[in-house]
Design a protein around this ligand. Structure first.
Ligand code: SAM
Length: 319
């Protein structure tokens, strides 16, 4: 009975998988890895073991994959950079929708797998290596003539912030970044002043882009299952920052100092920071010039107010 039930289950998986493949092929698409059965098969074939240190949670849900491609607005004109292709699940979808895809993968054990799973596509280049060490400006020049690129990724969660800030701070020409991240991190990126999630990451992301959460994704959409919920967030990058600031580096020093000690007032936060070389009196003066109450906290200020504060503090530092 047990065996019979198992066999029945396998048959139905095979039939529905075959139907999905046929449907996709009829639409001229070949991506097949979003189906759990196929992911399991390829992992077994290569005897692949997941590496926790590389944040490996592979997507096994075709609806989520479709949603990411749709949210990223990928067209046949686009060059797309994928960070961490894994076994090539999303890469297949990207190849079918974009002009050219470059996929950067740190785990050398995945390279032979990618050779097989991407063998049907002639518009993809797999680059073995660490995304944090790659010259992405060069990549944008080489494959997109230096024009703004689209980045799409199911990011390794242990380096989400360094990857995103690296893209922004190195002034990579960017049109958009559509990424899967921890739900909590997505909430922080999109947070408004005065909320618990609002902080340095919200301000940094919103300085460079307009963030919008496009989907919440439960753990069962991944193999292995992560312990926490995830979300897809699209960052539509500004051509120019939305605010005028004289010294970008000083702005981010002030933001960091303001949120380092969340419970403290803005004045004390800035005063206690070794990054802000200004006396307590001059910091108080700067806050008063902005017509903010002396006991205001950093979390109450929006991006425009931080920019204005940074311009005032910059002037006072020069005197
Ligand atoms: N894109 C695949 C998917 O959705 O199924 C895999 C996503 S998995 C969350 C993250 C991927 O990033 C893994 O393949 C991992 O090996 C890779 N990775 C981790 N750190 C990396 C780094 N510093 N540079 C490039 N790839 C990295």
């Amino acid at each position: 009975m047990e065996n019979g039930r198992k066999r029945q289950k396998n048959v139905s998986v095979t039939v529905s998988f075959a139907k999905v493949c046929t449907d996709r092929r009829m639409r001229g698409e070949m991506a097949t890895l979003g189906i759990p059965q196929n992911t399991i098969e390829i992992l077994k074939k290569y005897n692949f073991t997941f590496q926790k240190k590389f944040g490996q949670n592979f997507l096994i849900d075709t609806h989520v994959l479709d949603k990411i491609i749709q949210a990223a607005g990928i067209t046949k004109e686009d060059f797309v950079l994928e960070i961490g292709p894994g076994i090539g699940t999303m890469t297949q979808y990207l190849c079918e929708n974009a002009r050219k895809v470059a996929a950067v993968e740190i785990d050398r054990n995945l390279i032979p797998i990618l050779s097989e799973t991407l063998s049907g596509y002639n518009n993809v280049t797999v680059i073995p290596g660490d995304i944090l060490k790659l010259d992405i400006n060069w990549l944008a020049k080489e494959y997109n003539g230096g024009r703004p690129i689209k980045v799409v990724a199911n990011l390794p969660y242990y380096i989400t912030t360094p990857i995103i800030m690296g893209l922004f701070e190195n002034h990579v020409p960017l049109e958009s970044i559509t990424i899967m991240v921890q739900k909590e991190v997505a909430d922080r990126m999109q947070a408004e002043p005065g909320t618990k999630a609002y902080g340095a990451l919200s301000l940094a992301v919103q300085y460079y882009a307009n963030p919008k959460i496009v989907a919440n994704v439960p753990p069962n959409c991944f193999m292995p299952r992560p312990k926490i919920g995830s979300a897809v967030i699209k960052l539509s990058c500004h051509e120019k920052p939305p605010i005028g600031v004289q010294d970008e580096k000083l702005l981010f020093r002030i933001i960091r100092a303001s949120f380092n000690q969340r419970r403290k007032t803005l004045q004390n936060g800035l005063n206690n920071s070794p990054e802000i070389a200004l006396s307590k009196e001059l910091i108080a003066e700067a806050i008063a010039e902005l017509k903010l109450p002396p006991a205001v906290r950093g979390e109450a200020l929006n991006l425009q107010e931080f920019a204005a504060l940074s311009n005032i503090i910059g002037k006072k530092m020069k005197k």
